[in-house]
Design a protein around this ligand. Structure first.
Ligand code: NAD
Length: 445
């Protein structure tokens, strides 16, 4: 399932046509390879807030080469700007002063992270100023080009020392297809310490991860990435996918459960299996999902109910069973897979979009309730090249792939890497977020 357009525009004739017709010319995105340094270049840190002094130490701990002052002639792979010190809209000019001279000195696939203070936690001019950062970053994401990405990370007071895993993700090629996002990092219950991650290359060593719909597509990529990060993966899929599931889990040294997650016994069977065979679970990824598209005028009850049952009711009931029975370990992670359709809506997908918006509702409803540093977050993929999207008609697929700031579809691994960031034991302050993995799609903000 390759991107044929991208192959074409890289050809000699394609290059000529792109230039003369003004066609989109997607940059081949850099993606993380196991064992490589997180950042292949230099990161410049700027700004004047409550984070700027600690940032060089954080980046050093991640093995990222960073400068605190611009060195003439240096090109940068990443820029981090601490905007937490901006308290009045007139001070926003500091963004222009820092970024403008650097815009032509960025390496390929550059990463930009602006750090702010959660607007809802401050008042008056400071709140206005911090909110303004969203417009700045979303626009820069659309103009940076060359495979670059831009995010704003709002860091609540008290969470200053809990940024490592988030910076590691957003400064590295792991976030290749994530741009224009607004992320909140906040300490909970006054707890500003988070569990140490002894081995950055294998943050999930000793952890158990449940992945539903693990036999193919995005679920397979999630299983592979969580395994790379050290987890023992327990894959779940329908009995019809048993042989693919078994061989993948055998390859990854994991475990498998063949069941339909909508079966009334499924939550209990999963909870019992995890408790009996693995002593609990650390990461729960609700990835299994289906589409049964029809315009509402032609929607049968069966199409409606099957989509809601797989995509929304099953994650809700399985999560409830695992929580009620204490099967999710402290510092555990619950991760939903929503969709851009659940944010922007889509013709023919009232059932699917309702189910995926419901997944966002599940995150919202659980985020304040969870204890013991258990977090809940979701990804909302945009156009990801899988068997699911291969079924989309060619013309619709082409438009779907190009209508984003990176002018291309994402890969299953892009969703998986985002989930691995949520899953990290170092992400205990990342809670209640819905992060789109959509190359900053033009639809749905
Ligand atoms: P896919 O169809 O390739 O894989 C889905 C997996 O879920 C399959 O292995 C399937 O057997 C399993 N599954 C379905 N119903 C099940 C059930 N009742 N019990 C157990 N397993 C079941 O799809 P994908 O493209 O890899 O999508 C994975 C997730 O990402 C889905 O939730 C989907 O809605 C979401 N998503 C995908 C895209 C995309 O562009 N591909 C975009 C947005 C969201």
């Amino acid at each position: 399932m390759s991107d044929r357009y991208q192959g074409f525009v890289s050809s000699p004739i394609g290059k000529v046509l792109v230039k003369n017709l003004g066609l989109p010319s997607p940059t081949r995105l850099e993606r993380y390879t196991e064992g490589a340094p997180l950042v292949a270049g230099t990161v410049l840190v700027g700004g004047t807030g409550r984070l700027v002094d600690s940032l060089p130490k954080v980046l050093d701990g991640l093995g990222i080469a960073a400068l605190s002052a611009d060195a003439e002639g240096t090109t940068y792979k990443g820029l981090v700007f601490d905007a937490t010190g901006l308290t009045d809209p007139a001070q926003l000019v500091a963004l222009q002063e820092f970024f403008t001279p650097l815009m032509r000195r960025l390496d390929s696939c550059p990463r930009v992270v602006v750090l702010g203070t959660t607007p809802a936690t401050v008042t008056g001019p400071e709140r206005i100023t911090q909110r303004a950062l969203e417009g700045f970053t979303r626009s820069l994401g659309k103009e940076i080009g060359r495979g670059g990405t831009v995010q704003v990370v709002y860091v609540a007071e008290g969470a200053e020392s809990m940024l490592d895993s988030t910076l590691a993700f957003f400064l590295s090629p792991k976030s290749a297809y994530v741009s224009g996002q607004v992320v909140r990092v906040a300490a909970r219950d006054g707890d500003s310490t988070q569990p140490a991650v002894p081995d950055l290359a294998r943050p999930l060593a000793g952890k158990v991860a449940l992945v539903t719909g693990a036999s193919r597509g995005i679920g397979e990529a999630i299983a592979r990435v969580l395994h790379r990060d050290g987890a023992t993966v327990v894959g779940v899929d329908v009995p019809q996918a048993a042989s693919e599931l078994q061989s993948l889990m055998a390859e990854l040294g994991g475990d498998h459960l063949c069941l339909d997650i909508t079966h009334p016994d499924a939550p209990q069977r999963i909870a019992h299996h995890l408790a009996e065979h693995h002593g609990g679970v650390d990461v729960v990824v609700h990835n299994a999902g289906i589409t049964r598209d029809r315009k509402l005028a032609n929607m049968s009850e069966d199409r409606w109910s099957s989509v809601i049952a797989v995509n929304l009711l099953a994650p809700e009931l399985i999560t409830r069973a695992l929580l009620d029975q204490g099967v999710i370990n402290p510092n555990g992670r619950i991760i939903g897979v929503a969709s851009i359709a659940g944010i922007a809506g889509n013709v023919g997908q009232t059932n699917y979009a309702a189910s995926k918006a419901g997944v966002i509702g599940l995150v919202d409803s659980l985020a304040d309730e969870l204890e013991d540093q258990i977090t809940v977050n979701a990804v909302a993929p945009g156009f990801i090249i899988t068997q699911m999207t291969a079924a989309v008609p060619f013309a619709t697929r082409e438009v779907g792939q190009r209508l984003n700031a990176l002018s291309q579809g994402g890969l299953p691994v892009d969703v998986a890497e985002t989930i691995a960031w949520f899953a990290s034991p170092g992400s205990s302050a990342v809670n209640g977020n819905v992060v789109r993995v959509c190359g900053q799609m033009m639809l749905g903000a």
